[in-house]
Design a protein around this ligand. Structure first.
Ligand code: LMR
Length: 398
């Protein structure tokens, strides 16, 4: 007879898991029957009517795909290679022809991050990842899942709406060679507080001085200042460092969230070393998801390949960016304490509210935002902005 200590564990022995707070918030908001509810929790773009429409170019590309696709046979772990090629100039700019840089399609930006950290863990299990806090809540679990340790440093002063740049530099300068600097390419999630060009250059200098590997997470290219401007940090790292990893997402700028369209990019000091790194990347991808889902990337491929559709995508992307920036200005104008929101970029900002105040906004006003005070500036319709700012200002007044 098996004793208590030798008894094999069954699935019933699994410990409880703390649920993901953002996914929980989505479920809570969906379950709220109040018609006036305002969902500024999850990060999806919404238009002035509060809708997340499929881009017109995406609809057209999907129709073309439906009409012309001849097979759904396997493509391999790299996914749609032409899609990745078409992304090169958009993401890499003047580095597009550098043969030391290679990329592959991934399931969204999250898949790219996981794969990038897997590669780091393959080359150096001792590498630590420097993470500015607050960060996207899924960053630390991904780092932990691959067995790397994270070193957190304060990135943002919530009350001031300002980057704690001295703390950031001090953390990077005290890191060990081979450690990884996780950097937000643009439209910082969750704060909206982006490095300016001078700050990027100082970060680059610290990365080089300490022999760190920059891993740039760029999930919102085109939502901040513009497609080119938003890639400044990515391109600066490519220009200056031998080893660079870039985790990219098209889920937002093609508004195809659930289709999971992303890519991972690797740069090393030589074409040969990059080929070896990519061989590891393909192996890790094969172990985890074998091949990425095709549909969204196939449609994005059609858009990027066709000059007329490409042009229209740029126009629709500019429309989303313009709305983000216009709503930011409206919220910023509502109270001097919200002025910082008008100086930030992308979909997110973080309000200096306590968890209790956030909860009260939820209970009294049906306004759903993350406990941290992070809110999606374009989560609400135009018509809801006034009610949102009135409730937030009242909460700030205590
Ligand atoms: C967000 O931060 O709201 C998005 O990136 C959605 C997600 O997966 O967390």
């Amino acid at each position: 007879m098996l004793t208590e200590t030798t008894k094999a564990k069954g699935l019933a022995d699994l410990p409880p898991v703390k649920s993901d707070s953002l996914l929980e918030l989505i479920a809570l908001c969906n379950a709220d029957p109040r018609p006036e509810k305002i969902d500024v929790g999850v990060g999806v773009f919404r238009d002035d009517q509060g809708k997340t429409p499929i881009l017109k170019v995406m609809k057209e590309a999907e129709q073309r795909l439906l009409d012309t696709q001849q097979t759904k046979s396997y493509l391999g772990s790299a996914g749609d290679k032409r899609f990745t090629e078409l992304l090169r100039p958009i993401l890499l700019g003047e580095h597009a022809d550098d043969d030391r840089i290679a990329g592959l399609q991934t399931p969204g930006g999250c898949g790219a991050l996981r794969l990038g950290f897997e590669l780091i863990a393959t080359v150096n299990r001792e590498a630590r990842v420097l993470v500015g806090t607050p960060t996207w809540p899924n960053h630390p679990p991904i780092i932990k899942a691959v067995g790397l340790s994270a070193v957190e440093y304060p990135y943002y002063e919530r009350g001031q709406g300002a980057i704690r740049f001295d703390d950031m530099l001090a953390a990077l300068r005290s890191a060990a060679p081979g450690d990884v600097a996780l950097l937000h390419g643009c439209c910082h999630n969750p704060t909206g507080a982006d490095l300016d060009e001078e700050q990027w250059r100082q970060v680059r200098d610290a990365v080089i001085d300490r022999g760190l590997i920059p891993l740039v997470d760029i999930a919102y290219q085109g939502f901040g200042r513009g497609l080119e401007e938003d890639a400044y940090g990515v391109r600066l790292m490519l220009e200056s460092c031998d080893d660079v990893i870039i985790a990219q997402s098209c889920d937002k700028n093609f508004s195809c969230y659930r289709d999971r369209v992303g890519s991972l990019w690797i740069k090393t000091g030589s074409k040969e070393a990059t080929a070896t790194a990519m061989a590891h990347v393909f192996q890790r991808a094969r172990e985890m998801w074998s091949m990425p889902p095709d549909h969204g990337a196939a449609a994005a491929h059609i858009i990027l390949e066709d000059p007329a559709l490409h042009e229209r995508w740029l126009v629709e992307l500019a429309g989303m960016r313009d709305r983000i920036n216009a709503v930011r200005q409206r919220i910023a104008a509502a109270d001097p304490r919200l002025a910082f929101i008008g100086r930030q970029f992308g979909m997110f900002s973080m309000l200096p509210l306590s968890k209790d105040q956030v909860l009260k906004l939820r209970e009294d006003h049906a306004i759903y935002m993350a406990d941290s005070g992070r809110f999606n500036v374009v989560g609400m319709s135009d018509e809801q902005i006034g009610r949102f700012t009135t409730a937030v200002v009242a909460a700030l007044n205590g």
